[in-house]
Write a protein of this length. Structure first.
Lengths: 207, 384
């Protein structure tokens, strides 16, 4: 057998939004990564920040890649995966770039804050000014800059914006502990115009 | 290191006999004395005795899991695809053990073996055994081999039940568990299918209430039908379509007669008959009964209850999408129970058309998955 792949050695090699998420996670915490894909983030957190991590991933290839990286992952959808965990099983539950694909995002957010003390959520922002212009001038459903996928390609997504998310968090009585906005793969300053300027938003939430 | 997968080569079955003085007490309250287990080992036990993996076989399996008994053997052990240098259970690193279960007919104590009280084969005098009894007999073998803690216990189907039994009731004896295509609780459908097999054997006039060992004929017809039912349950609708379709065997058109006409009929008949040359009808009764009794929701009422003291074990639970005998929900129930007790559990439902047999046939995916899982544990235990 070949040995385990050597863990990723620094933050800068991570996908930009994952590197922001990684910077928000304290070392050594118990963490659940929802839709962990090939395990890139979890691999970094487990092997570089001594996080006690678990993942949930739908695709067989993703699960196999995660196991190859030495990670603990269960295959399944988020609903049934989350339901198995007792309350407060984790310090952090992470959901990166997946929110627009969920059938019931409000339920998943509540479940995340049931099984975890804190939730970290990142999503592409359709409130970005270019998206607005695209709809206004071209009359076309815009691609989110950090999610270049047409409306007719699977899996289906639902466009959402920074303001939509903030409104939902109020409705769910969820507190925003931290917020990071990104544009073109870099952190952008917090401002009144974040919904216009951010291509991706990252939030740390608690119940 | 990367090794080209190869065979463990020529292997020999060994025998360990115990309970000669102090009888071996079974779950039913009955006792056996002495007890012999047939077993094989592959690879080398390290000085720390920390690299042993126990492989548990399914209903009709034997201790011969890998390699060849003779240079001219055309067929290797039953899991030869996964056991050997460079394979999922890499014998360059691990010491792999497989033993024949109590009640079977491949050299371990069972109904075909001589009853010391009568000097004749036990037949139905043999006490009914359980999966728990099989595992406690394996523990005697592992003790004899001087192994305190197994690195891993792995197996599919009934082998998976033994894996779960080890984890639930002897958690201090293993670091990792790999239950494949199995269940924590034999379902009514599984019991029903077992019973059809047993009824086929009872209905054979040559069965003679199990007392046929000195008779000219054995209950081969009954055992063959039992095996045919079994084979159907190991396949899937899709795999039968692919493998046989509606094709006819050795003929162009229907004969309008009751001969073996379809390929699928011919396959079942061949495998049924073949089975009678290698398996014993009474053992079939005992081993299927042991599976039917298997229920880890007892005595606590929940599956999680059985694993409360087993949360330190690392688990790899695997099911197969087309397995309707042990459907994925059985494995998901295990994952739910293990998650509830906060165990480290990895789960994959492998996409496959092969039905229950997939655990023996999806070699490439299994090698990737099991190999990676074991690699990780090895690195965690021994460093990189």
């Amino acid at each position: 057998m070949t040995n385990l792949q050597s863990p990723i050695s620094n933050l800068s090699t991570l996908r930009p939004d994952l590197s922001v998420i990684a910077s928000l996670i304290p070392a050594g915490v118990r963490l659940l990564d929802l839709g962990c894909g090939d395990g890139e983030l979890l691999d970094f957190l487990v092997h570089e920040k001594q996080v006690r991590g678990r993942g949930i991933e739908l695709s067989e290839e993703g699960v196999l890649a995660c196991v190859r990286r030495g990670l603990t992952v269960r295959q399944g959808n988020l609903e049934e995966g989350l339901a198995d965990y007792p309350d407060a099983s984790f310090d952090y539950v992470v959901l990166s770039q997946t929110l627009p694909f969920l059938d019931d995002p409000a339920m998943i957010l509540q479940e995340m804050l049931r099984v975890g003390q804190k939730a970290v959520v990142s999503f592409p922002n359709w409130g970005y000014w270019r998206c607005r212009l695209d709809l206004l001038l071209n009359g076309r459903i815009p691609h989110a800059p950090d999610l270049p996928q047409s409306w007719y390609e699977p899996p289906r997504w639902q466009a959402m914006t920074v303001s939509d998310f903030i409104a939902l968090s109020r409705e769910l009585n969820v507190r925003l502990l931290d917020e990071v906005y990104m544009a073109a793969g870099k952190r952008s300053p917090r401002s009144w115009f974040k919904n216009l300027l951010a291509t991706t938003a990252v939030y740390v939430l608690t119940a | 290191m990367t090794t080209t997968p190869s065979s463990v080569g020529i292997v020999h079955t060994q025998y360990h006999t115990f309970a000669e003085k102090e009888p071996f007490r079974l779950e039913s309250g009955a006792v056996l004395s002495p007890v012999t287990l047939a077993y094989e080992t592959y690879g080398t036990l390290n000085a720390e005795r920390s690299n042993a993996i126990l492989i548990c076989h399914a209903l009709s399996g034997s201790a011969h899991a890998a390699g060849f008994h003779a240079p001219d053997d055309h067929k290797g052990g039953w899991w030869d695809d996964c056991i050997g240098p460079g394979k999922a259970f890499d014998t360059d690193r691990y010491f792999v053990i497989c033993s024949n279960v109590l009640g079977s007919c491949y050299g371990s104590t069972g109904p075909t073996e001589s009853n010391p009280a009568t000097g004749k084969p036990y037949g139905l005098q043999f006490p009914v055994v359980t999966i728990g009894d099989m595992v406690r007999a394996q523990i005697r073998l592992i003790d004899y081999l001087g192994i305190d803690q197994l690195f891993c216990v792995a197996g599919g189907s009934m082998g998976g039940m033994q894996v779960l039994e080890w984890a639930a009731h002897h958690p201090q004896r293993l670091k990792a568990a790999i239950p494949l295509a199995t269940t924590g609780r034999h379902s009514p459908m599984l019991i029903a299918l077992s019973e059809v097999g047993r009824q086929a054997i009872y209905a054979d006039p040559h069965w003679q209430s199990g007392d046929y060992y000195d008779k000219p004929q054995k209950p081969d017809a009954g055992l063959a039908v039992a095996r045919m039912v079994g084979h159907i349950t190991y396949l899937s609708d899709e795999s039968m379509n692919l493998k046989f379709g509606r094709r006819l065997q050795d003929r162009e058109k229907f004969g309008f007669e009751f001969q073996t006409e379809f390929q699928v009929e011919s396959y079942l008949k061949y495998n049924g008959n073949n089975f009678t040359r290698r398996f014993d009808a009474n053992s079939y009764l005992y081993v299927t009964k042991a599976m039917d009794y298997f229920d880890l929701t007892e005595p606590t009422g929940t599956l999680a209850g059985s694993f409360v003291h087993s949360a330190d074990i690392k688990y790899l639970v695997v099911s197969f999408t087309s397995d309707w005998l042990y459907p994925t929900y059985h494995s998901k129930e295990l994952v739910t129970a293990l998650t509830a007790v906060n165990a480290d559990v990895t789960f994959l439902d492998i996409e496959s058309t092969w039905g229950h047999d997939a655990f023996l046939l999806e070699v490439e995916t299994m090698t990737r998955l099991l190999g990676s899982f074991l690699d990780r544990l090895w690195v965690e235990e021994n460093g990189g």
